[in-house]
Ligand binder design. Structure first.
Ligand code: FAD
Length: 345
């Protein structure tokens, strides 16, 4: 039987001139602001200045008023604060409901989210509800001063081209932005701003999702996104039994251990350690790539690192084109020597 597809037409009844201001969603967990939120406040400051409008941070949580200090220090003029037990931990429904109501009431022209699990989860829902578009996973944002349009740039077609997307007819213009691609400004804790307390009528009994327990990840290693030094292993490690070589070097350097997708897809290393286009974007001070060929999708996640050290037995491996220092050799021999040397320091 043929499936009948109903065509839906989204009515565009917004007057884009009614929308003003730049918003950044301030993701927090246990009252710690995610790094990407402060990166976006720093970037949002530049966009707001170009547009000549206010920059606001949107903070949801329980007992989180203190976080406004950080949001102001990184450049926001205003904080919309939604404070209450319902918002203590992130849940899709209450967070979506309250932000949709706020967008409809205050009409910002730009709303930015980190491309984190939570940001990816609810930014798209919000976009649908307010009849706006959403550009996911942006790596660059800029303003067209004539039209006030936000130019939202992101990798497309497997990272082979960069696509710039605009949203000429709808507001707000919404984007998720990858962690670590925007630079954090120097905070100025003398800066203050206005706190707008938003009352929400979302009630616990109306929310179908209940959080039973939050389980911390059992492995206590440094988080990739926060580490200054990352040592990653690729297919060249040869099997899961050798990943300890990578972890030991990472520990000796007080850094985090990462991996290429080949190592993750083979089931040798968990996905949360994957660096690259479909993993994490990182920009540490030092990135050590061991047995990684340097495919474009891997480079997309690490090539802005300050210093790249590549260890590969193939002198023609493409990773050497982006490496600051290269060691041609068998990682099974080279890595333990380096680990021993750094442990001795
Ligand atoms: P390989 O390309 O197989 O390279 C292994 C390297 O190890 C070789 O250079 C070899 O010379 C070297 N080597 C072997 N043995 C030794 C040894 N004993 N000592 C030293 N060196 C040795 N990849 C990612 O990493 N991250 C992503 O997020 C990602 N996203 C993708 C998204 C899409 C849409 C697609 C199509 C691909 C994506 N990939 C990603 C996959 C990517 O194209 C590559 O396949 C992958 O990065 C290869 O991983 P690798 O370098 O570990 O393996």
């Amino acid at each position: 039987d043929a499936i009948e597809v109903e065509e839906t037409e989204v009515k565009v009844d917004v007057d884009i001139k009614d929308y003003r201001g730049v918003w950044v969603f301030i993701e927090q967990r246990d009252k710690h602001i995610a790094g990407v939120a402060l990166e976006l406040v720093s970037e949002g400051r530049k966009l707001a200045d170009e547009l000549g409008v206010e920059l606001a941070g949107v903070v949801l949580g329980e007992d989180v008023e203190d976080l406004a200090k950080d949001v102001f220090a990184y450049g926001a003029d205003k904080v919309y604060l939604v404070d209450g037990p319902v918002f203590k931990d992130y849940r899709t429904d209450p967070y979506t409901d309250v932000i949709v109501d706020m967008i409809n009431e205050y009409k910002p022209e730009i709303v930015l989210f980190g491309a984190t699990n939570n940001g990816r989860d609810f930014a798209a829902r919000i976009a649908v509800r307010v009849h706006a578009g959403l550009t996911a996973d942006c790596t660059e944002l800029s303003i067209d001063p004539e039209t006030r349009e936000l130019w939202q740039t992101r990798p497309a077609f497997g990272g082979n081209i960069m696509a710039t997307i605009i949203c000429p007819q709808h507001r707000p213009q919404m984007a998720t932005v990858r962690p670590k691609v925007m630079k954090k400004a120097e905070p100025d804790y003398n800066k203050t701003g206005e706190i707008v307390r938003v009352q929400s009528d979302v009630k616990e009994e109306d929310i179908s999702t209940k959080i039973q327990e939050i389980v911390e990840h059992a492995v206590k290693t440094l988080n990739l996104a926060e580490a200054d030094i990352i040592v990653s292993g690729g297919r060249g490690i040869g099997g899961p039994e050798n990943y300890h070589l990578i972890e030991e070097l990472a520990n000796a350097l007080n850094g985090a251990a990462g991996a290429s997708r080949a190592a993750v897809d083979a089931g040798w290393v968990p996905h949360y350690r994957q660096v690259g286009q479909t993993g994490k974007t990182v920009a540490p001070k030092i990135y050590v790539a061991c047995g990684i060929s340097g495919a474009i999708q891997h480079l997309a996640g690490m090539q802005t690192s300050d210093v790249i050290i590549a260890i590969n037995k193939d002198p023609e491996a493409p990773i050497f084109k982006v490496a600051t220092y290269g060691i041609v050799g068998d990682l099974h021999k080279v890595v333990p020597i380096l680990t021993k040397k750094f442990q001795e320091l």
